[in-house]
Design a binder for this molecule. Structure first.
Ligand SMILES: Cc1ncc(COP(=O)(O)O)c(C=O)c1O
Length: 404
């Protein structure tokens, strides 16, 4: 059945404003059921009274929802304010057990949220950091290099499932296999990849997988999934009176109960994207995201072809397996100027380095403003792509007039 784009778009109240949102990689628009769920949830937790028990239920429900999204166990889902915060917690916890001679492997393709916490934890422990490099021409992160990078001293490999700069979807399963053969753990950043297709913790080979709900129609909360037994083997720094249970002991402070209600609603929403899907919520989420992925790929193909046809556009990277995200520059226009000109025309894109710090530094683009990023989400249309391309043509024509 073809993807019902009109029905899908109707679920996002913000889309009626008329902006073309190609900024989903920075944060998607929020789905209506999420907004409703957040506004309905109130009050602090307690086992003593009904409203308090409802708040406790929100935590359990959000864990179960994220578990269905990632193919994890609900008891293995740690909830937190952001992917960055969760990764710092894990890095500090694991790093406390490292010492000189130990090694961690990070990649220059990753968002800094899956780089700096590991680099800093390694530095604090006197451990060594080794770097996986991407191919500057294609944006690929060759999995083969990990055979040399990973040794019996490697304690952790941190790698992205999807680059938020150029979209690359590295062969995480192959990288994880190499890491596991040497006894290392693998932390996968799924923040960019998870919104764009079905995800499975086990097939990725991830020991830890992090995702942020605001990249998949939900609120500004994040989750990290792992085998509950893995969490049970770790002792994070924590307050004395807070729960020592797994996974609670990795969560700090009082949770945002309304936003947790939004997390569950967002997963439930993803489970409706293929209205013909049946079965468990996990089955329906997978079907919904597969349907969304096929739609996104068609829209993205038109965008890539349109960019490639314009000689005044330089596109960075051409990875074979990718999320529908592309970075580019327009000749004669600084990335921030391009984004501002498009924004003035109602077309929303990000510019800069979007915290893909090492990528833009290695490309020599960081000091001159990075790039402009267009990412396609399941509510985008080919008409919006044509609108974006037409605005780029207008920008280039205006630039030419100025140069004359
Ligand atoms: C690939 C990737 N990883 C990590 C992050 C950080 O996520 P959070 O804002 O939840 O810390 C982002 C945010 O843009 C991202 O795109």
């Amino acid at each position: 059945m073809p993807f019902d784009i009109a029905r899908t778009r109707a679920a996002y109240p913000a889309l009626t404003e008329g902006f073309a949102h190609f900024d989903g990689a920075g944060g998607t628009q929020t789905a209506r059921p999420v907004i409703e769920a957040v506004s309905a949830a109130t009050g602090n937790r307690s086992t003593a009274f009904v409203p308090g028990r409802r708040s406790l239920d929100l935590v359990a429900a959000a864990r179960a929802a994220v578990a269905d999204l990632l193919g994890a166990e609900a008891d293995g889902v740690v909830l937190g304010p952001s992917a960055t915060a969760l990764t710092y917690t894990l890095a500090r916890t694991l790093g406390a057990g490292w010492g000189p001679g130990d090694e961690v492997v990070v990649s220059r393709l990753d968002h800094d949220a899956n780089v700096r916490p590991w680099v800093q934890a390694a530095e604090a422990a006197g451990a060594t950091v080794r770097w996986a490099e991407f191919d500057p021409a294609t944006g690929e992160l060759p999995a083969g290099q990990y055979a040399d990078l990973v040794t019996e001293r490697t304690r952790l490999v941190a790698v992205t499932a999807g680059s938020n700069a150029v979209g690359t979807a590295p062969d995480v399963a192959a990288i994880a296999k190499t890491a596991h053969a040497a006894g290392a753990l693998v932390c996968v950043d799924g923040v960019h990849a998870v919104p764009h297709g079905p995800t499975d913790l086990a097939s990725l080979g991830a020991d830890f997988l992090v995702t942020s709900a605001y990249k998949w129609s939900g609120p500004h909360l994040a989750a990290m999934a792992a085998d509950p037994a893995r969490w049970a083997s770790l002792r994070p720094a924590k307050l004395l009176p807070s729960s020592d249970a797994v996974p609670d002991r990795f969560e700090y402070g009082t949770p945002s109960f309304p936003l947790l209600a939004g997390v569950t609603a967002a997963v439930d929403h993803l489970a409706t994207l293929d209205p013909a899907a049946t079965g468990s919520r996990r089955d329906r989420v997978r079907a919904g995201l597969a349907a969304a992925q096929a739609h996104e790929e068609a829209v993205f193909e038109r965008l890539l072809a349109g960019l490639a046809a314009r000689p005044f556009v330089t596109v960075y990277g051409s990875p074979a397996r990718r999320c529908p995200t592309v970075s580019f520059r327009v000749a004669g226009s600084a990335p921030a100027e391009t984004a501002a000109a498009l924004g003035a025309a109602g077309v929303c894109l990000s510019s800069g380095d979007y915290y893909a710090y090492e990528y833009f530094r290695a490309m020599g683009l960081r000091d001159t403003g990075g790039a402009v990023r267009a990412s396609v989400y399941h509510y985008n249309t080919v008409e919006e792509v044509d609108r974006l391309l037409a605005e780029l043509d207008r920008l280039a024509a205006a630039g030419e007039r100025m140069a004359r």
